[in-house]
Design a protein around this ligand. Structure first.
Ligand code: PRT
Ligand code: ZN
Length: 292
């Protein structure tokens, strides 16, 4: 591999797949510039001491464990399945999916016990085996590397255990959702020895701090509105008291502008009352970063 020992932190991300774009977007929101990454295996940032390694997602836990990469971004499902010796530093809130049991119409699955003495096809044999053992079930696991959803119609398996996100793939294969055995999202991982390295750990702390500020910004919105002066006490009472809202006088002296940071979904619980109280020009803006 090129560029191995420049003191930069090596971050492994998925080369081409569902997590690639979101991983790069997260770094961008963290203020980390990555340019010209197409078709290259290793790319350095121009403004942060980090090198990106583009890898198959299945290889990321082991590469981090072995120190080929210092940290990585990968699905929790892959982390658990690979059983690598790594630490999860942060949940990243994207790539959310469930590993679910699914069944054909004519093979009901109402209870975990229905799995007993049946055959289940999956790409996640370790996660499935652990689930079966924990629940005292005795089923046969057929390990497939892809297209698990066609196993029942081929007569290879009674049930399947696979990643489900929208459920469209199940539907197209005439399968029904049973129940989830594992919930997953993308996580930032590291090997224990990387965290113990002082220089690397300082870069990781900086990165994690930036990620947390992006995460809390994602959960918040910047609310701006004009409100009648006499409604101000009541409206202030509606706003979360975490930070004092900003109140700005306007040319029209009967009105003031109110600005406040609120939880993203909160507006929908107060919008009707705000309007009743005469609030106008209500704007809700995204926040890029929230520095604690
Ligand atoms: O080439 P490489 O090995 O790197 O990629 P990959 O093909 O193994 O992985 P990829 O890109 O498909 O997924 C990367 C990660 O995204 C997974 O490990 C999960 O953590 C996460 N993720 C989120 C998903 C899905 N959603 C998802 N829907 N991974 C796979 N799927 C597949 C699923 O296997 C099934 O075939 O999408 C299909 C179901 O989707 P729905 O929407 O029809 O239910
Ligand atoms: Zn993969």
């Amino acid at each position: 591999m090129e560029n191995n020992n420049n003191g930069n932190l090596k971050l492994a991300i998925q080369k081409k797949g569902r997590l690639t774009e979101k991983s790069l977007e997260l770094l961008k929101l963290c203020g980390i510039d990555i340019e010209n990454y197409s078709e290259r295996l290793v790319v350095s940032s121009q403004n942060f001491p980090i090198d990106l390694l583009f890898l198959r997602d299945d290889d990321i836990p082991e590469y981090v464990q072995d120190g080929v990469a210092d940290i990585g971004i990968v699905g929790e499902n892959v982390v658990r399945e690979k059983e690598a010796q790594i630490e999860v530093l942060e949940k990243l809130g994207f790539g959310k999916c469930k590993i679910m049991m699914a069944h054909p119409q004519n093979m009901p699955l109402n209870d975990p016990k229905d799995l007993n003495h049946k055959t289940i096809a999956t790409s996640y044999p370790k996660i499935l085996r652990e689930y079966l053992q924990t629940n005292g079930l005795n089923s046969k696991i057929i390990e497939l590397s892809g297209s698990v959803e066609i196993a029942p119609s081929l007569g290879v398996a009674d049930f399947i255990c696979d990643i489900v996100s929208t459920g469209n793939t199940l539907m197209m294969n005439k399968l029904k959702k049973g129940f989830a055995i594992f919930e997953s999202q993308a996580v930032l991982i590291s090997a224990e020895k990387t965290i113990k390295d002082q220089e690397k750990s300082a870069i990781i702390s900086d990165l994690v701090r930036r990620i947390r500020s992006v995460q809390s910004a994602r959960r918040s919105r910047y609310l701006m509105m004009n409100v009648p002066k006499e409604a101000l006490p009541k409206i202030m009472h509606l706003l979360p008291s975490l930070r004092s809202p900003t109140v700005v006088p306007l040319a029209d002296e009967t009105l003031v502008a109110v600005h406040a940071v609120i939880p993203a979904d909160y507006i929908w619980s107060i919008v009707d009352v705000l309007k009743q109280e005469g609030a106008s020009g209500i704007l809700l803006l995204p926040i890029e970063n929230m520095i604690p």
